[in-house]
Design a protein. Structure first.
Length: 215
């Protein structure tokens, strides 16, 4: 079998993300519907916060399980991705090493100002995270600019398109999960419902990024 398109490679994750979007809406509905159904002269309305708490607690395990299932379904694709990741990681480390030597030459010892410079390995990881964040930000405003960014990054040999897309998707998922954590901590039902809904745009963007195939 040939390499799967990203939509097939991450099918279980995409399904889990869409399920999570529905769960967020249902959690907010459990707050808003009782208010909408209550008589206009009723001051106190009993609402159900349990769905807000449940979606917050189950979101991360749901997505982790989906990723694991996708990996199990496509072992050849996983092996290819790991090989490519080792190659691009080595390339980013080489660039980070050169930049670190240049910084030391220009600025003196790393801890001269009390703040140690990141290690080569940390710099390599940060570069990928930064690329993913920038791609997600550009995609929100202009997908064409985001695609151009990936082409530029891939041309240097330090990244693959899948790495940048996956990192961008992970960043948006994290933003959604953080919103759900805040919803669980909120004592006001309306605030909890609004936070559940605020997670939806991040999760929806993650679906787009996980599905996107730039080849």
């Amino acid at each position: 079998m040939g390499l799967p398109a990203r939509r097939r490679r991450h099918a279980r994750l995409i399904a889990a993300l869409t399920t999570l979007i529905g769960a967020c809406a249902e959690a907010a509905d459990a707050v808003y519907q009782p208010i909408a159904a209550a008589p206009v002269d009723q001051e106190a309305v009993e609402v159900n916060l349990l769905p807000c708490h449940q979606v917050s607690l189950t979101a991360a395990p749901l997505l982790d399980l989906a990723r694991a299932e996708d990996d199990a379904r496509w072992p050849s694709a996983v092996a290819r991705e790991r090989n490519e990741a080792r190659r691009t990681y080595a390339a980013r480390c080489a660039v980070a090493q050169a930049e670190a030597l240049l910084d030391q030459t220009q600025a003196g010892p790393p801890a001269e100002h009390g703040v140690p410079l990141p290690t080569v390995e940390q710099s390599a990881a940060l570069d990928l995270a930064s690329a993913g964040d920038e791609f997600a930000a550009r995609w929100r405003d202009d997908p064409a600019q985001a695609v151009a960014l990936v082409r530029e990054l891939v041309a240097g040999g330090e990244f693959t398109a899948d790495e940048v897309l996956d990192e961008a998707a992970a960043a948006t998922v994290t933003a959604g999960l953080l919103a759900l954590q805040e919803a669980r901590a909120a004592s006001d039902p309306s605030t909890a419902a609004e936070l559940c809904l605020s997670a939806v745009p991040h999760i929806a963007l993650a679906v787009t990024l996980v599905s996107a195939d730039l080849d």
